[in-house]
Design a protein around this ligand. Structure first.
Ligand code: SF4
Length: 356
């Protein structure tokens, strides 16, 4: 069963090299905009969300759209939704080909509660569950960027607690998510060395790297600019790539190769301000917010429709004139998007043949 699901996502990603897909295979779904962080790079925490999709509405959506092979749950802070397990269950029960679940956490929720929910999620028969703990610097730096004193120590504690579950669950993968911005530029080595003191087993490949970006619909931060010195940030990412390649782990070979391709694209993006390859937004993937609004990606606030207005089926939105117009803009390079982990992986997978 696991092999079938892996083959399903692999073949679909390969198929996306040959032209548009009939249905998307990746859903990025912000299940809530509630967040208890106070990040300087993101204003989601200032939103007081009302009328977010209920579990019944999400179940209806999952029942009517059964082709997702990769579910990326995001927030806000996903674990602030007390029904997070039911949400994942709705997708795992209805999307038979679901191979991969990815989700971040800011590590600020009660760790006992999080561990209990993570265990329930790990038992849902999803072959690969990837949890990323946000970490933007060593101790004071992380706490300053996140606006929460003591957050760094909570991240370390959460890492240890979730890591311990690996003895029991082979489908669990755990990483740190490190976002470089003008606030922590040049500090990655200090962060890595500090974390290594706490967690001696850690390697560079345990960090997902991103660069702070702007999005009106997602981070609600379009007034800022988080990349002050492009050359310095590009050099920092290049150094991280070199260190990752030196610590190459054959067990994670495929994942590391894609991650390194993402990082090399990130260097290009930081240097030029343009994504390095044609996006697969509104083809392989889509972003849905917690109110049911559908967008091409988390980076582009051009709304395609709302799932509640079409009885929770994506079909009328996917086949709409609006969607076709947006796809034409994307094809001609007019998508005002950056190069984020949420969007880049399916883009890399959909450009593999042209990269060979
Ligand atoms: S970056 Fe994440 S943790 Fe920080 S405010 Fe935004 S949603 Fe919350």
């Amino acid at each position: 069963m696991e092999f079938q699901k892996l083959a399903g996502i692999g073949l679909t990603a390969l198929r996306s090299n040959l032209g548009p897909l009939k249905k998307p295979y990746k859903l990025t779904f912000s299940i809530t905009y509630m967040c208890q962080s106070r990040c300087v790079t993101c204003n989601i925490w200032q939103i007081k969300p009302k009328d977010e999709m209920s579990i019944d509405e999400i179940r209806e959506f999952a029942k009517k759209n059964t082709y997702f092979r990769w579910l990326e749950i995001t927030g806000g802070e996903p674990f602030l939704r007390s029904d997070i397990v039911d949400i994942v269950k709705a997708f795992s029960e209805n999307n038979r080909g679901l191979y991969l679940l990815t989700m971040p956490t800011n590590s600020l929720c009660n760790p006992d509660m999080v561990i209990g929910k993570v265990e329930q999620i790990l038992r849902l028969n999803i072959p690969k569950v990837v949890i990323t703990l946000s970490l933007d610097g060593y101790r004071e730096m992380h706490d300053k960027i996140r606006g929460i004193p003591g957050n760094f120590d909570k991240v370390m504690n959460m890492y240890r607690r979730i890591q311990a579950l690996k003895n029991k669950y082979s489908n669990l993968y755990l990483f740190f998510g490190y976002t470089i911005s003008k606030f922590n530029q040049g500090q990655f080595n200090m962060c890595f060395d500090g974390v290594k003191k706490e967690l001696p087993e850690i390697t560079y490949n345990d960090f997902h790297i991103n660069v702070g970006q702007l999005s009106d619909i997602y981070y609600s931060n379009t007034g800022g600019d988080f990349v002050a010195d492009r050359a310095a940030i590009a050099n920092e990412v290049k150094e991280i790539i070199r260190k990752r390649e030196r610590q190459f782990n054959p067990v994670l070979a495929v994942q590391s190769s894609i991650e390194n391709a993402f990082l090399k694209g990130l260097v290009d993006y930081v240097n030029t301000g343009k994504p390095p390859m044609r996006s697969r937004s509104l083809d392989a993937s889509l972003f849905m917010d917690s109110f049911g609004n559908v967008y091409p990606s988390i980076m582009w606030g051009r709304k395609v429709g709302n799932i509640k207005e079409c009885n929770y089926s994506l079909d009328p939105i996917w086949g709409s004139k609006e969607a076709e117009e947006i796809r034409a803009l994307i094809k001609n390079g007019h998508e005002p998007c950056g190069w984020t982990a949420c969007e880049a992986y399916q883009t890399i997978a959909g450009n593999v043949i042209s990269l060979l």
